[in-house]
Ligand binder design. Structure first.
Ligand SMILES: Cc1cc2nc3c(=O)[nH]c(=O)nc-3n(C[C@H](O)[C@H](O)[C@H](O)COP(=O)(O)O)c2cc1C
Length: 416
């Protein structure tokens, strides 16, 4: 019976354990988590979502305060178009986060950054360009283009000295999205180094509509594999979404996957950014406690725990401090929903917004509990303490369980 460890992911001369921990913003896939994956010979991701906020917390910068101060007079205005990111600050935050993480890297693995196109930051092209190029400057091993079609993202890096040696890949949820990406980038004469095929059971935003349940990862994966074979394109394919055990991973590796991308199992790792108290909510969740909804202002469906504080919250938009989802015209679907509720309840002290959520504030505060479909199985991956809480796991334990387990088994950690 094969184990994940019987396979290797090959990038040129490099051989890696074929386990990639997926990017989880905002600082859920922390540098600490990514560093563990790299130390153990796999690939870890940091995320570049809301980095000025993340570096304020981790490295004591003051980016959020400065931006808030600069745009203070706009706080009560519905029009947020003047609220712009200072590109030098975005660059500095990226340089700090990526640079410090890469400096701390040990072992034979790699660290990539997850870069979401939907983080439009009121200047989609300029902010994305800064994030991508500075991540390369700061020594990141690779970039995973996420949450968007990224039709122009390679072109933003094409004259960067590392454009051809850094590992650049894309996440797609359909063959059509991949074909569009390849067609659009054909003139650059540079194929992606890997393709993550993300199915509908993943956490975070989904690349499907609300009919996500009609799709399944294996079918999309096989369709894309067949297309690549027919086109004689030898690009490592990395399925993601619902791969919960080492045996699930082996099934894909035996079907031609170069590696697997996993995330949900690591949401309850000690190195993960989710606070311990919230991790207990992930452990406790049953299948009925998880939903896919349209609350994200990005317009993509998102999976989350139904009891999270983000749902129904009517918090005032704080774009002057954050504003990561403002489109190129300073608009965000949450601002519209919030203003509609304020107009409908002019005397209310507190309002509730049911159809959208303020993702910036809630993700920053770990109040939007996005999760993968199999979150309800996390309780089976550890011990229950005498007080009813669940024992935290180390990233190393989870990683090695994926690497060495067989028979669909999940090894429990040594009991505390
Ligand atoms: C809590 C959480 C947050 C996530 N955030 C992001 C993100 O910011 N960007 C992204 O591309 N994918 C995100 N994902 C998706 C993962 O990177 C990964 O592809 C997917 O969840 C793998 O499926 P699994 O969770 O069933 O193992 C997130 C997943 C989870 C569980």
């Amino acid at each position: 019976m094969k184990r994940v460890d019987d396979f290797r992911l090959r990038f040129g001369e490099r051989e890696l354990v074929p386990i990639m921990i997926g990017g989880m913003g905002v600082d859920i896939s922390t540098a600490g988590l990514a560093l563990e994956a790299a130390r153990l010979g796999g690939i870890g991701h940091i995320s570049d979502a809301m980095l000025p906020t993340v570096t304020d917390r981790r490295y004591k910068t003051k980016f959020v305060k400065e931006k808030q101060k600069q745009y203070k007079l706009n706080v009560h205005k519905a029009d947020k178009s003047i609220v712009q990111f200072d590109l030098a600050q975005v660059a500095e935050a990226t340089r700090l986060h990526v640079g410090k993480t890469m400096e701390a890297k040990r072992g034979d693995g790699m660290i990539f950054v997850n870069c979401m196109e939907k983080l439009t930051m009121n200047a989609p092209r300029e902010t994305l360009c800064t994030r991508l190029r500075v991540a390369l400057d700061a020594g990141i091993d690779g970039i995973t283009l996420a949450a968007g079609l990224h039709l122009g993202s390679f072109a933003l890096m094409e004259d960067h000295p590392r454009f051809r040696d850094a590992r650049l890949g894309i996440i797609v949820s359909s063959l059509r999205a991949l074909q569009l990406f390849l067609r659009k980038n054909a003139r650059l004469n540079r194929l992606p180094d890997f393709i993550v095929v993300e199915g509908p059971l993943a956490g975070g935003h989904l690349g499907f509509g609300m009919d996500w349940a009609k799709y399944d990862l294996r079918t999309i994966f096989l369709e894309i594999r067949q297309f690549l074979q027919a086109e004689h394109l030898d690009i490592p394919l990395i399925p993601a979404g619902g791969i919960f055990t080492g045996s699930d991973a082996v099934d894909f590796l035996e079907s031609g996957a170069a590696a697997v991308q996993v995330a949900t199992r690591f949401t309850v790792a000690a190195e993960c950014g989710i606070p311990e108290k919230v991790q207990q909510e992930y452990f406790r969740a049953s299948e009925a406690d998880i939903e896919v909804n349209m609350l994200s202002p990005t317009g993509y469906p998102m999976r989350m725990l139904k009891n999270c504080p983000a749902i129904g919250s009517g918090i005032r938009p704080n774009c002057e401090a954050f504003g990561y989802l403002l489109d190129g015209n300073g608009k965000c679907a949450y601002i519209d929903a919030y203003n509609r509720e304020v107009a409908a309840h002019p005397d209310a002290k507190k309002i509730s917004v049911k159809d959208k959520t303020c993702l910036c504030t809630h993700m920053r505060n770990y109040d939007c509990w996005t999760c993968g479909h199999y979150t309800y199985r996390l309780k089976d991956t550890t011990h229950r303490n005498a007080d009813g809480t669940y024992q935290a796991l180390s990233a190393e334990h989870i990683f090695r369980d994926y690497q060495f387990s067989t028979d669909n088994k999940v090894a429990l950690p040594p009991q505390n």
